[in-house]
Design a binder for this molecule. Sequence first.
Ligand SMILES: [Zn+2]
Length: 338
Amino acid sequence: MRPAWSLPLALVPLLAGCARDTPTPSPGPAAESGEREPVRAPPTRGAAIPFDAARAWADLERTVALGPRHPGSPALTELLDLLEAELTVLGFTTRRETFEAEVPITPSTPEGRLTYTNLIADLPAAEADAPMVLVGGHIDTKFLGADFVGANDGGSSTAVLLELGRGLAASGTREATWRLAFFDGEEAVRRDWLGNDNTYGSRRHAIELCKRGEDRRVGAVVVVDMVADRDLTLTWDDYSTAWVRQIFWEAARAEGLEASVGRPSRGTLVKDDHLPFLDLDLPAVDLIDLDYGGPMRPWWHTSADTLDKCSQESVAKFGRLLTRGLVDLELRVLQNAR
Ligand SMILES: [Zn+2]
């Protein structure tokens, strides 16, 4: 993630959509869900999504205990295994997107190549052609030495997405298909965010959406990043699609959490995993608290990004506004698809 206050909105890449020479038929959810029960209860429209902050906090502790979770590291592989095992038991259909990418040559990446792995987990709707809500977040931590465990930056998105998965699974069959995308490689390999040295996993998934013809089904994309700051205030990001962002700001108000979302006054543009989806002309929002520890971000990308700078209370607040917003978003996506 990187703030870019000075860029005018016109510099957002042109909304080109997928390049389509020959249409690729979608394998569709039916092909992927062969092991699921063929007959399920009819969906309940707008059913609430439970969110247990204590469980999410325990996931965050477990994630941080793995240590640094660099792309290709044993710790990240262990995390992927844990997530995939749990999501499979919950009824998600999972797959991994593993790919190699050229990266800048640094002391951490002397070969100039890295292997990245996204974990994609789908909870199909009853209808095979139902629209999809995609919720993503990054699981990698930045190459910053053995002391950097990324409790907030990498850890919080991982934990929140997993608990969201439990809530979705517990909320019954839904009218939309839900996809949880655990992105690898959000972080730049170099110290600074330059060119394409960032968002490796989300850029790859955007390409995969096009290849599989799934982009047509995606009604909205929600990216979650750095959401456990003990002083939680989500940043109003001007790259994000206005109507999607508005749903979450209204959800915060409805939950009495106005203090946890920022005012629309700073004109802040945040570069994060939502940009590859905006480039496909998909509605997308980045839910991020950029000001980790305050406007000077004293703990961001330092070894001080540890659990004590985060709080279960913030995770609980974020979980409430996220799940409330997602239920409203699902209804809008279903409406828009008609
Ligand atoms: Zn970061």
